[in-house]
Design a protein around this ligand. Structure first.
Ligand SMILES: NC(=O)c1ccc[n+]([C@@H]2O[C@H](COP(=O)([O-])OP(=O)(O)OC[C@H]3O[C@@H](n4cnc5c(N)ncnc54)[C@H](O)[C@@H]3O)[C@@H](O)[C@H]2O)c1
Ligand SMILES: [Zn+2]
Ligand SMILES: [Zn+2]
Length: 431
């Protein structure tokens, strides 16, 4: 197969990336020219087939496609709240058979000829965003906005104006990359993404450095917390829990966790030290006023995203509008946040939104002088510093894990996580 045919055969190879001088595939490396690392040419992987339909199947092992690639044998991976948006069919441009998973770590089993910083046998955690390390955005530490890692940039450009970075296992809009809920995974720009795990740390301690821990931390950082602040966090899922812990690390006096699942609220209270509000039992705005002498929280974090639940008419309005495709995302929590935040406060949105929302309360945000910050996490920026906090014993990220399972059991993991059954908070998978 020549380079052009190879490029055409690989999902997501697109003109727009080449236009920027990105060389995605090496002409001397051909697909399938090697025997799979260690286990022969087939591996198990979790594949998407449609709404709430994922299956573990055998697929060809990944191969090196570019000299800066590495292949990892995955030792641990997890299901992220963002995977649930794919599972629920909320993110367009998925194709049947796509391999999911963007929170993973493993051992390097093969490196491309230009990989310099990693060697066979290294244990690494990989950020969920793929970043080149050299473009304007990477140089300015905005890794999730990398200009060179989304081979389908033209698709994202037509939707968003400019393309964010490519993401592992997250639709063709974000590059069509195979994910890491698999036995092996190809890691592009391996030197930039592969974070070597310090000696003596377990997979459970470090896996979440690739996504939810930095996500919670950046969410708190985006609040510009000053000592003494009250921070309110909507959603006590894994991202919300890390946001609560991080808000305390950054100097908050009081952090309030809001959700409706008792086990998640208890985790927020007992493990993270939050004051809690169950939105099914209390009026959130009133409860927050009471906790802040009538002023409202200094900053608010939306760790819920596009599939928010809620009580009352507004939730059903959002649900119906989403069902008839009159809006893509359900901003039920986000609207409440804009109302609840104190005047001049900050609203930070780590929760994922994909498209359009209806009834965005721009007037409230404007007239209260709110600051809004949001986005996919610049994961690479935070990994070292947060790893040092783990080593120093400040935090053990494994506190979020509620279930441990094999890759074969991952479809049940998705089912439990999406329906929040069996006390499911975070699923840790060992392929
Ligand atoms: N920005 C990023 O880079 C990034 C990274 C990882 C995850 N995320 C996103 O963060 C969000 C949370 O992820 P997660 O893993 O914690 O997911 P999760 O599904 O486990 O948690 C979401 C929580 O929000 C709660 N919730 C729903 N509606 C609510 C409401 N109206 N008020 C208060 N709480 C409400 C749910 O009960 C649930 O506990 C998702 O949207 C995910 O896609 C973003
Ligand atoms: Zn994620
Ligand atoms: Zn870049």
């Amino acid at each position: 197969m020549n380079a052009a045919a190879l490029a055409a055969a690989v999902p997501g190879n697109a003109a727009s990336a080449h236009a920027r001088g990105v060389f995605l595939f090496h002409p001397t490396i051909t697909r399938g020219a090697r025997i799979g690392p260690g286990k022969g040419p087939v591996m198990k992987a979790l594949r998407w087939y449609g709404k709430q339909d994922v299956r573990v199947e055998t697929v060809p092992d990944p191969t090196i496609l570019h000299p800066q690639d590495a292949i990892l044998k995955v030792t641990a991976c997890a299901i992220c709240g963002s995977d649930l948006h794919l599972y629920d069919g909320m993110i367009p441009t998925m194709e049947k058979g796509d391999i999911l998973g963007h929170e993973f770590m493993g051992v390097v089993v093969e490196t491309g000829p230009e990989v310099q910083g990693l060697s066979i046998g290294d244990r690494v955690v990989v950020p969920f965003n793929i970043a080149c390390g050299r473009c304007f955005f990477c140089k300015n530490q905005m890794f999730s906005l990398c200009d060179n890692s989304n081979p389908n940039a033209h698709m994202a450009e037509s939707a968003y104006g400019y393309s964010p970075s490519g993401l592992f296992g997250y639709s063709h809009l974000f590059g069509g990359y195979a994910g890491g809920q698999a036995e092996y995974v190809r890691v592009p720009f391996a030197d930039v993404g592969g974070f070597k795990v310090p000696e003596g740390m377990s997979d459970e301690q470090v896996l979440f450095l690739g996504d939810i821990f930095p996500t919670g931390y950046m969410a708190a950082e985006n609040c510009n917390i000053v000592p003494g602040d009250t921070v309110a966090v909507w959603g006590c899922g894994p991202v919300g829990l890390f946001a609560i812990k991080s808000a305390y690390m950054l100097g908050a006096r009081q952090v309030v966790g809001i959700d409706r699942y008792p086990e998640r609220l208890e985790k927020a209270r007992v493990d993270c030290g939050a004051t809690i509000i169950n939105y099914e039992h209390s009026n959130v705005l009133e409860a927050l006023k009471e906790l802040t002498q009538g002023r409202g929280p200094d900053s608010c974090i939306d760790a819920v995203g596009m599939e928010a639940h809620g009580v009352g008419l507004e939730f059903w309005y959002d649900r119906i509008k989403q069902a008839v495709m009159a809006q893509t995302d359900r901003p039920t929590a986000f609207r409440e946040i804009i109302k609840a935040c104190r005047k001049g406060g900050a609203v930070s949105v780590p929760g994922v939104y994909g498209g359009f929302i209806d009834k965005f309360p721009l007037g409230a945000a404007f007239n209260k002088g709110l600051t809004l910050r949001m986005g996919q996490t610049h994961t690479h920026r935070y990994m070292r510093g947060l790893c040092e906090r783990i080593m120093a014993g400040e935090i053990d990220p494994s506190f979020v894990i509620s279930h441990r399972m094999s890759l074969d059991e991952a479809p049940q993991g998705y089912d439990m996580f999406v329906h929040k059954t069996a006390g499911c908070i975070k699923v840790f998978i060992t392929p």
